[in-house]
Design a protein around this ligand. Structure first.
Ligand code: ATP
Ligand code: MG
Length: 389
């Protein structure tokens, strides 16, 4: 969590609007490029929701490679049990799923028992569990439960393995929401997330409200740089020129702002300890950023893929979308041997699988990594100014 979360007021308001729903008609997809601030914003949504009387469950899915249907069910029940294990419901409200004369505690074991004792498919079983939990939640006078999953672009149907976890999730939530049960999905992930959802189930298009995080505005970037220093009463601050340079160099992307500012302070402390404070060379910070953030992604690309990435960078589109057509035309200009459309398409598809570019629903492409074009263009050696204190 950054010491000061800059901007994002509109996004918080959007989320708070969704919290006022009594019948859930809209769920949330929070999406954006790497390092734009999805995870920390999701973390700030949690207390907002709890304050409005919601319960919150969920996890980061990034560790869960190849989530199948049964893994997803275990995930959902385990997450749910964290909040339900202190809830007790009357035997009559279990709809006969748990045979007991006394009241029932909704711990993990009970949830699993309701699941396994319900006849039918995984979706029917999950719905039965959620129906019982829904009664318990209403008894506790809570508004509902939010299921928040970070890195949700990892979820995928896999027809070749006969595994459809994404469709299962969407089917179950659509069905229980139709019955008026207050369970809301908040899914966070890379820009491929929403198209993946719609590909799995076309109704996902109407089920989700999409909030796309972009880079911070100039004012918000300045706040992200200056407020933590002011709040900490730090004796060493940035000059106005340096603030501007950090804004320019980071492109307003929170991860880069944080990276550069940390490096500046680390370097300052080192210089101070050695008794001579000069200035922080932006060159060396850029080189470190290149090595830490970009180089790994670049090195995984093949020679021909790198040529294609280079052509895209020379389009000068910074953050904007580009088309195959544009790449083909530009490649004839900047490469000895240009690309044909089908070859470019093929390479883009491979780069998409590697998480370097993504295709939107209208067939236009973007870089999935912020400021990747600047990195590519400085491969001949960065030539950047210094940051004076
Ligand atoms: N609004 C903000 N103001 C200041 N700093 C921010 C803001 N948003 C994010 N950051 C900082 O930027 C960094 C990246 O944020 P975060 O991890 O949330 O990005 P992300 O979109 O989840 O990235 P990834 O796609 O890699 O998971 C974090 O270190 C965070 O502290
Ligand atoms: Mg994240």
């Amino acid at each position: 969590m950054p010491p000061y979360l800059a901007g994002r007021d509109d996004e918080k308001r959007e989320f708070e609007r969704l919290l006022t729903q009594t019948t859930i008609l809209e769920n949330l997809v929070l999406t954006g490029l790497r390092g734009v601030g999805k995870t920390v914003l999701l973390d700030t949504f949690k207390p907002l929701a709890i304050r409005q009387g919601w319960l919150w469950v969920g996890t980061d899915l990034s560790e869960s490679v190849n989530v199948g249907e049964s893994a997803l069910v275990v995930r959902l029940l385990a997450d749910l049990s964290v909040i339900t294990s202190s809830m007790v419901i009357k035997q009559s409200e279990t709809a006969g799923f748990v045979s007991s004369l006394t009241d029932v505690t909704l711990d993990y074991k009970t949830l699993v028992k309701i699941y396994t004792d319900t006849p039918g498919l995984a979706a029917d079983k999950l719905k039965a569990v959620l129906e019982v939990v829904s009664k318990a939640v209403t008894n506790e006078t809570k508004r509902g439960v939010i299921f928040a999953y970070d890195e949700a672009q990892i979820l995928s149907d896999s027809p070749e393995n006969d595994e459809f976890p994404l469709s299962l999730l969407l089917d179950v939530f659509q069905s229980i929401q139709r019955k008026g049960m207050p369970f809301m999905l908040v899914l966070t992930g890379l820009p491929t997330l929403f198209s993946k959802l719609v590909e799995a189930r076309t109704f996902a298009e109407r089920m989700f409200h999409v909030v796309t995080l972009s880079k911070l505005s100039r004012d918000d970037s300045r706040d992200a740089i200056k407020k933590p220093i002011a709040d900490a009463n730090c004796p060493v601050g940035f000059s106005e020129d340096s603030v501007e340079t950090v804004c320019d160099h980071s492109g307003g992307y929170p991860y880069f702002i944080q990276f550069i500012c940390k490096e500046v302070y680390d370097s300052f402390i080192q210089q101070y300890a050695s008794g001579e404070v000069k200035a922080v060379p932006l060159d060396s910070i850029t080189r470190k950023l290149d090595a830490d953030f970009f180089a790994g992604r670049w090195l995984r690309a093949t020679d021909r893929q790198r040529e294609l990435l280079y052509v895209i960078a020379t389009l000068g589109k910074e953050d904007e979308e580009f088309t195959v057509q544009e790449i083909v035309m530009k490649s004839k200009e900047v490469l000895a041997k240009g690309f044909g459309a089908s070859h470019a398409n093929q390479l883009l598809s491979a780069l998409g699988d590697q998480g370097l570019v993504y295709k939107n629903r209208w067939g236009r492409y973007s870089f999935a990594v912020p400021l990747f074009d600047r990195f590519i263009l400085r491969q001949d050696g960065p030539n950047a100014p210094e940051l004076p204190f």
